[in-house]
Design a protein around this ligand. Structure first.
Ligand code: SAH
Ligand code: SF4
Ligand code: F3S
Length: 439
């Protein structure tokens, strides 16, 4: 029996899919490459923007034909989209061939739901249950990197964002559980650990025992052996001096911070409920760069938030030039039902949004090019992550600061640290050559 998981959305979902894979494997399924060969298909969905959702409904619809040929195939829809109000009913009514709908927090029910589906019993349940990480045996797919959840959910309620409604309130795992998971991953040979949370900086706020993110970093930094630690996402309002200090104190913690700014206009930030100003953000960047001179700072930016004027947008472009992000994920604002921004006046017409995103991408591209040029001829330690499928004998991996580098190498080196010298640096893509190899 074979399974196929289609994962949409962020790293949180990528890691949830590893939990889903673990459940299916415990039931005797093996992974396969596409839905047509599968006996069980799981859609792990995202609803952050309307475009994501439309794509997913399209893909679910495409399964109708396949299921007609293979009526025993089990179809499940999980994740953030199914957790939204009314979506489980909509799927039940419009896609009668779907057997299972589960939400973001009741994944532990997937096992029984699949067993029931085998005898044609359907399960539709999006109740919130608080699960423990220890309820899962993940089937990990991203060696040499391993994802580790540290907190779930979000309490910030940025006015554009659906996440707090579909992932629930913030819940932190205990520090001891996190350390024990990381220890066992390091023992299994993983070389890079990425801590996951919607807002890692607020880790521990709900624990009431004083455990916080800086303390967690200290505990991980002290672990023995050569490995890399990354974390995402940092909310600018909660990134403390102690956290910056912890990153600077331990060589294992990468000088790489994902710090979504969203907008360069204080007025837009206020209406987004981000709780920092343009000046706060730029000051924070200065503070980080003073302590971590080689840091790579990446960000998320949105254009076309309701009421965004030409001046607001040009403030964003200006901030992008000042902040010198090594890369930026740029998005067009998408109206999400149930969020406050949905009903704000002055929604921006789509042609204006399109023009702004094009300008923003061009602006960031110039910044990235400049940073790339500065890297030419320099040497960097890279963790070899995998093969570059577009070129023969070509491997890729990241610098500590998070930049992806391609170089000639072989697959035996996956999971090893190598030093490369950058030879070509056109824009986002860097090319290098191995100069020494450390096992
Ligand atoms: N927790 C993270 C982000 C999660 S969503 C944080 O606070 O930064 C990832 C990104 O999607 C956000 O940073 C934002 O830039 C974008 N995003 C969220 N809601 C959106 C919406 N309604 N329309 C367009 N982009 C959105
Ligand atoms: Fe969404 Fe804001 Fe929470 Fe990030 S911090 S998940 S953008 S509400
Ligand atoms: Fe992630 Fe999308 Fe959910 S971005 S948290 S999978 S809505």
């Amino acid at each position: 029996m074979k399974y196929f998981i289609h994962t949409y959305g962020c790293q949180m979902n990528v890691h949830d899919s590893e939990k889903i894979a673990g459940i299916l494997e415990s039931l005797g399924y093996e992974s396969c490459k596409n839905a047509a060969e599968a006996d069980a298909v799981v859609f792990n969905t995202c609803c952050i923007r309307a475009t994501a959702e439309q794509k997913i409904y399209g893909h679910i619809g495409e399964l109708k034909k396949i299921k007609r040929q293979n009526p025993n195939m089990i179809v499940a829809v999980c994740g953030c989209m199914s957790q939204q109000d009314g979506v489980a009913e909509k799927i039940k009514d419009s896609y009668p061939f779907v057997d299972i709908v589960l939400g973001t927090s009741n994944l532990t029910m997937l096992k029984d739901a699949v067993i029931n589906a085998r005898s044609k019993k359907k399960s539709f349940n999006v109740d919130f249950v608080s699960y423990k990480e220890e309820d899962f045996v993940e089937s990990r797919t991203s060696f040499p990197n391993a994802w580790v959840n540290i907190n779930y959910g979000c309490n910030n309620f940025c006015t554009y964002c659906i996440v707090p409604y579909v992932r629930g309130r913030e819940r932190s795992r205990s520090l001891a559980d996190i350390i024990s998971e990381i220890n066992s991953l390091l023992k299994d040979g993983y070389k890079e650990i990425t801590l996951l949370g919607q807002n890692v900086n607020s880790y521990g706020h709900d624990l009431q025992n004083g455990e916080n993110f800086a303390q967690l970093l200290h505990e991980i930094g002290k672990l023995e052996g050569k490995f890399r630690l990354r974390f995402m996402t940092s909310h600018p309002k909660d990134l403390s001096e102690e956290v910056i200090e912890a990153v600077s104190a331990y060589p294992n913690i990468c000088n790489n911070i994902h710090l979504p700014v969203q907008s360069g206009s204080t007025e837009i930030l206020r209406r987004m409920n981000r709780r920092y100003t343009r000046e706060d953000y730029l000051k924070l960047i200065e503070k980080i760069r003073a302590k971590l001179p080689d840091v790579g700072i990446t960000t998320d930016i949105m254009v076309g938030f309701p009421g965004e004027s030409e001046q607001d947008f040009s403030d964003t472009l200006d901030l992008v030039r000042q902040a010198k992000f090594s890369s930026a994920f740029c998005f067009v604002y998408s109206r999400r039902k149930g969020t406050p921004a949905y009903s704000m006046p002055n929604q921006i017409p789509s042609d204006v949004k399109r023009s702004r995103i094009t300008q923003l991408l061009a602006c960031q591209n110039e910044v990235t090019k400049e940073i790339s040029r500065e890297m030419l001829g320099k040497r960097f330690e890279i963790l070899v992550e995998g093969a570059n499928d577009h070129y023969k004998n070509t491997m890729c991996g990241r610098t500590e600061s998070g930049r992806l580098v391609n170089f000639v190498g072989d697959e035996n080196s996956i999971g090893e640290f190598v030093t490369v010298e950058i030879e070509k640096a056109k824009s986002a893509t860097l090319w290098g050559r191995i100069v020494t190899e450390e096992k």
